[in-house]
Design a binder for this molecule. Structure first.
Ligand SMILES: [Zn+2]
Length: 212
């Protein structure tokens, strides 16, 4: 399993306990363990009245990996909030994700009447230097298949509107954001750093700087 705090793969060494109340015959059970990587506690609870599945209670939401430092603060904050509210309200999470996605697209010049059309503009990008990686194209294409995503125009007036989401839609929105972080912020900044390092090397050797 992956540690929900630090997302490192760890061996699940649960210690389980059950709690039986005098008034009921069905026990509550909980299990806990400390992550050997980050030393934080992971606690799950099973209520056999609710179908007997383990539910994460600490941390409330599984971590999805740290936000890359290249991502601007306001965008990162919306994303983190969307992650945190996911287990409590997929609708609220999806609303935050949609707003976050719209901010990123508009900052890159993909501006249209509503979010679904802005996503279309991204997919129709013809500038080779802004080519969309397959991983981003796949998740963005996926989001268009959720009926509610295209049925509700996300405009300036409705950007934080809470609308019904289909199962998996809220989580899928987070995946879209993660791919966008990589495409819009991480890769361009890393490429610029590599170019600067190359130029410094060329300059040091008395050669003209690289093109592009
Ligand atoms: Zn951990």
């Amino acid at each position: 399993m992956k540690c929900p705090h630090c997302t490192v793969s760890i061996h699940a060494a649960w210690s389980a306990k059950s709690v039986v109340y005098q008034t009921t015959t069905t026990p509550f059970a909980y299990r806990s363990m400390m992550c050997p990587e980050c030393s934080k506690w992971v606690i799950e609870l099973m209520d056999s009245n609710k179908g007997g599945v383990w539910a994460l209670v600490e941390p409330r939401a599984a971590g999805r990996g740290p936000v890359p430092p290249e991502v601007p603060g306001a965008i990162a904050a919306d994303y983190l909030e969307a992650c945190n509210v996911l287990p409590l309200s997929p609708k609220a999470s999806a609303a935050l994700s949609r707003r976050c996605l719209q901010s990123m697209l508009r900052a890159r010049g993909y501006t249209a009447k509503d979010l679904a059309k802005e996503v279309d503009l991204l997919l129709a990008e013809t500038d080779a230097s802004k080519a969309i990686p397959v991983s981003l194209r796949t998740v963005v294409d996926g989001i268009r298949n959720f009926g509610n995503f295209s049925a509700h125009p996300i405009t300036d007036l409705t950007s934080l509107q809470v609308i019904d989401v289909e199962p998996e839609e809220a989580e899928w929105c987070l995946e879209v954001l993660e791919e966008c972080f990589d495409h819009f912020y991480v890769r361009p900044i890393q490429a610029a750093k590599r170019k600067a390092a190359l130029d410094a090397k060329l300059a040091g050797a008395g050669k003209p700087i690289s093109k592009g």
